[in-house]
Write a new protein. Sequence first.
Length: 226
Amino acid sequence: MPQISDPQADGPNEPDGPVRAKSIAKYRKRAAGYDASCGPTWPIRERTIAALQLQPGQRVLDVGCGTGLSLALLRAAVGPDGMVFGCDQSPEMLAIAQQRQIDAGWSNVRLMQSAAQQVELPEAVDALLFHYTHDVLRSPAALARLLACARPQARVAIAGVKYFPGWLAPLNLWVYLKNYGYNGAPGELATPWDRILPLLDDWQMAPTQFGMGYIGSGRVSAAKTA
Ligand SMILES: C[S@@+](CC[C@H](N)C(=O)[O-])C[C@H]1O[C@@H](n2cnc3c(N)ncnc32)[C@H](O)[C@@H]1O
């Protein structure tokens, strides 16, 4: 069943509660203009989804699916016998994704209003997409839950923002401020993938956008899902 994500209801023992609440508040304001802001990163979305190497009939989870901009590409990759799951904690972002699904008449897309930390799927997925989901990547609780939803050796692809290296480093205050607008925990941008990395095999990473972005991919380590 779809879950309702309410950080207030998680209580003080939910360590990600404050970060999640900040993110939900930011996307309450951002949702309406979100799609218009995504044009420049469309090629990155295509490359990240290609890195999943999806096959017809497979199951994939779009983590923090937002307004559902990846759904059509994921559906095309898994075909009519495949299944695309999407979860997002922001009611405003997910509402746009749900309208997209209704408008397109997709029957093999299932969207859930859920924090990644709490997501439940009816079956293990073959692939996990993290497209610009920095807060999720920094949460050990979210990563543990998500990897528990994947079969061993499931493919994982990640795209996001990171700090510029080397001589471009003076621009990193701007990178931080840009990330601040989209995340509850906007820091830790040197190696944003470093909490999922120990959980994966065959990690590969390539910088994008002159080094202020990255695309990474790997497979869920069998030892982590056993
Ligand atoms: C930058 S948007 C990316 C949306 C989508 N993946 C895309 O590529 O267009 C980040 C999304 O992550 C969601 N998000 C942030 N933290 C989350 C969490 N803990 N659980 C579920 N969704 C989360 C936000 O609500 C937002 O929709």
